[in-house]
Design a protein around this ligand. Structure first.
Ligand SMILES: [Zn+2]
Length: 222
């Protein structure tokens, strides 16, 4: 299980886990069960569910969750980015599932805007990007890189050409999206752990349809 040093500074207020594939199958060992977990469908979109107390809501069509309640927000990934946002002085947490499609349709910006709409100052937002496929392994069609280069006006920092193939640094795309919204660099933690290289983690690129999932969870301590 991995944890962010940045978020661990607030371990009195919030707990979080980035579980690998094996650990993800044994959540009960960590005291985590269905009853205290909020999850969404994850459709590679940009919608964020505001979770209050009602269990009646149908969590379809969402890729993110935000709450001020003490409940685990769960994200399942296999190469995509699990992302947490946390505001220490307002007790707000948000969890996102983001792949290139979600980043393209602006899920990161939506999350920041939603948090700002709750009277939070941008400098108080902490962002953590968990283990995801690295640019060591994430080769993509050049047109996919072009989408982000054009929209975000960045180039060399997010892509690399090696032996006629283009590699996208999807974590840096997310970091850049946070910086564009005014988040401080010191408040962003981006894990340098590639899910495809690191066999403990589930990877869709590595294992295709046989791939399991990595579960990431964050919860406010009540
Ligand atoms: Zn890799």
């Amino acid at each position: 299980m991995l944890r962010s040093n940045l978020l661990q500074k607030y371990s009195q207020l919030v707990n979080h886990y980035f579980f690998n594939e094996t650990e993800s199958k044994e959540l009960i060992k960590y005291g985590i069960s269905g009853k205290n977990v909020c999850k969404v469908e994850q459709v590679h979109g940009n919608r964020i569910l505001e979770f209050n107390d009602s269990r009646e809501i149908k969590p379809d069509g969402f890729d993110g969750m935000i709450t001020d309640k003490s409940i685990y927000l769960q994200v399942r990934t296999a190469d995509c980015l699990p992302i947490f946002l946390f505001v220490p002085n307002k007790k707000i947490v948000c969890a996102l599932h983001a792949g290139w499609k979600g980043l393209m349709v602006g899920i990161v910006g939506n999350a920041v805007d939603l948090i700002l709409s709750k009277g939070v100052k941008v400098e108080d937002i902490i962002c953590v990007i968990g283990p995801h496929i690295g640019n060591c392994c994430y080769d993509v069609p050049y047109k996919r890189i072009k989408i982000f280069q054009t929209r975000d006006r960045i180039d060399h920092a997010i892509s690399e050409k090696r032996e006629d193939r283009w590699y996208l640094d999807i974590g840096s795309v997310a970091v850049n999206a946070f910086l564009t919204k005014g988040i401080k660099r010191k408040n962003i933690d981006n894990f340098d752990v590639c899910t495809k290289c690191n066999k403990d983690f589930a990877s869709f690129r590595r294992d295709k349809d046989k791939s399991g999932r990595n579960i990431s969870l964050i919860r406010l301590i009540s």
